[in-house]
Design a binder for this molecule. Sequence first.
Ligand code: FES
Length: 64
Amino acid sequence: MENTVVCNCKKVTYNDIVVALHASKTFDDVLGSFESVQKITNCSTGCGGCYQKVLDIISKEMMG
Ligand code: FES
């Protein structure tokens, strides 16, 4: 599950996103965190098709 590739373009896994999220300083704001995660992992910089999936993971992690 953790090694599921979320972003096929950039080969970013669920776990990569979680790790990047915890390295992010803006842990209280989903869009700010998304930007940080994107900078670290390059996720959602290709076709953009994973955008919603990445946001969902960030929201879920922040609530959990
Ligand atoms: S699947 Fe993430 S940018 Fe294409």
